[in-house]
Design a protein around this ligand. Structure first.
Ligand SMILES: *Cc1c(COP(=O)(O)O)cnc(C)c1O
Length: 481
């Protein structure tokens, strides 16, 4: 399998060749040259597989430059019940990504796909845990090491740290706003004691953290000398790992592979729902892909109007589903590439506008109508909607959901089709967003076993000014530890 860039100007590469890099050299994102296809007969065969077998069946088509025995070992090491047993006390930990039916719903089946049982209680673990093992494998093979630099407002940073902690040849330098995360999120990250994890709390806001990462990445000499890498959401391996659970959920809620299933996906950077799009392109009978946003509705606006209007960070609101507070959806370019018939020049032209903060409009080219052919619909929620949905799920189904999953359930139900099962992706556990749960339900969410007193653990964090030079000096000091 070769990977090409969405802007059409970069050499084609293999899975391992693109694994450790970020953007393609032409500024685009990598996608398979052609999507592997699973026929109806193959789908019927896959129906009986457990998560590891499914992961191998799918990834072996996408990462065919990894020796099959090695890939199998990587998959088996990643998807263990031990790694994915941190969720609700009543979850079925014998399964990776269990599907929960919302009982009492009298239509054709309403489900929550539980993706938050990994170590950091959010769906990003599903992909990041695999990435950690893939990085270690690729670096060992190449005899290299890497210093991962990232900025986080919560979920990404902790998922990256729990995936990379203890891995050889990998160090993580994670910037977070000093006062920008919940106490629980801070405790999750800062209580890690592994020597290869460096937490840096920046006296500033998330955007300043991100600006420092950009400044360091643009210092090409520094970047090369200290082998700076990233694990951000445009990483192809992360998208690839997310494809697996769409298959898993599809088989869990259908009796045969002729049936369609709709998926509702709380969305920010468009990585999660992009994986659904690719699963559909690979032959999985997905009906609708429902893109749910919060008040930061750049994606909802596009799917409703055909106009993509990126926002500035000043226009980005702080909401009660903070992991979806984005102004530009970095993975969106991957879908647009398919929508415009894989015309790289066209994508490059559109993103020349986006990169300067301008909007683009696909109505004139007649492409708005094509969006529906790919199954996409959308909607958004307000803070009040999320609280009402959390209450509804609790009262009607006895299930406590977090604010992000509430976005997805609210918008999913608005697009429900009679006779078609609807799977809502759970992207975090309520324990991560305690204050909103207390606001909605007047009670605290349960904490998974072992995390009851996480805030009391000793913390390892360096507090620094928002100054790239200071942070570069710190990296230089520790890059060879
Ligand atoms: C990252 C995240 C999202 C958004 O996922 P994308 O892949 O960026 O669209 C939604 N919910 C939670 C809890 C997240 O951490």
């Amino acid at each position: 399998m070769r990977y090409l860039s969405t802007r059409g100007q970069a050499p084609k590469q293999s899975f391992l060749q693109i694994l450790l890099g970020g953007l393609a050299p032409d500024g685009g994102l990598y996608l398979p040259e052609t999507y592997p296809q699973f026929s109806a007969a193959e789908l019927e065969f896959m129906r009986g597989m457990d998560y590891r077998q499914l992961a191998f069946a799918i990834l072996s088509r996408l990462a065919d430059d990894i020796e099959p025995n090695d890939l199998k070992a990587l998959v088996d090491k990643t998807y263990t019940t031990e790694a994915y047993s941190h969720g609700r006390m009543d979850s079925d930990f014998s399964q990776i990504a269990p599907v929960r039916k919302l009982e009492g719903d009298n239509d054709s089946g309403l489900y929550i796909l539980e993706l938050s049982n990994g170590p950091t209680l959010a769906f990003k673990d599903m992909a990041m845990q695999l990435l950690g093992n893939l990085f270690e494998y690729a670096l060992d093979q190449a005899g290299q090491d890497i210093n991962i630099l990232g900025a986080t407002s919560g979920d990404t940073g902790s998922a990256a740290e729990y995936a990379m902690c203890g891995k050889h040849n990998v160090r993580v330098f994670m910037l977070s706003p000093e006062h920008g995360m919940t106490r629980f999120q801070q405790a999750q990250m800062y209580s890690l004691q592994d020597a290869n994890i460096f937490n840096i709390a920046v006296r500033g806001v998330f955007d300043e953290c991100q600006d420092i990462v950009k400044a360091v990445s643009n210092d090409h000499a520094f970047k090369a000398k200290y082998r700076i890498g990233a694990v951000n959401s445009i990483n192809w391996a992360r998208v690839a790992a997310q494809i697996i659970y769409y298959f898993k959920a599809y088989f869990a809620v259908t009796g045969d592979s002729g049936q369609k299933v709709d998926f509702s996906v709380p969305s920010g950077n468009f990585g999660n729902v992009c994986a659904g799009h690719i699963a559909r392109m690979m032959g999985l009978p997905i009906g609708k892909l429902i893109v749910a946003t919060n008040e930061n509705d750049v994606l909802d606006e596009f799917f409703r109007t055909g106009v993509y209007r990126p926002r500035t960070s000043a226009q980005t609101l702080h909401t009660s589903s903070p992991s979806m507070d984005i102004s530009k959806a970095s993975n969106f370019e991957r879908f647009i590439f398919d929508l415009v018939g894989r015309d790289g020049e066209r994508v490059a032209e559109l993103w020349r506008a986006v990169d300067t903060g301008e909007a683009f409009d696909l109505n004139a080219a007649g492409l708005k109508a094509k969006v529906a052919e790919f199954g996409f619909v959308s909607g958004s929620s307000s803070h009040a909607d999320r609280l009402a949905t959390i209450r509804m799920a609790w009262e009607k189904y006895g299930v406590m959901i977090d604010t992000h999953t509430a976005d997805g359930l609210k918008v999913g139900l608005e697009h429900r089709t009679a006779g078609i099962p609807l799977v809502c992706l759970e992207t975090a556990l309520p324990a991560k967003f305690e204050d909103s749960i207390v606001e909605a339900l007047g009670r605290k969410p349960e904490r998974p076993a072992g995390l009851e007193n996480i805030e009391a653990l000793p913390q390892r964090v360096e507090v620094m000014n928002p100054d790239a030079a200071v942070i570069q000096a710190f990296i230089a000091d520790h890059a060879n530890d």
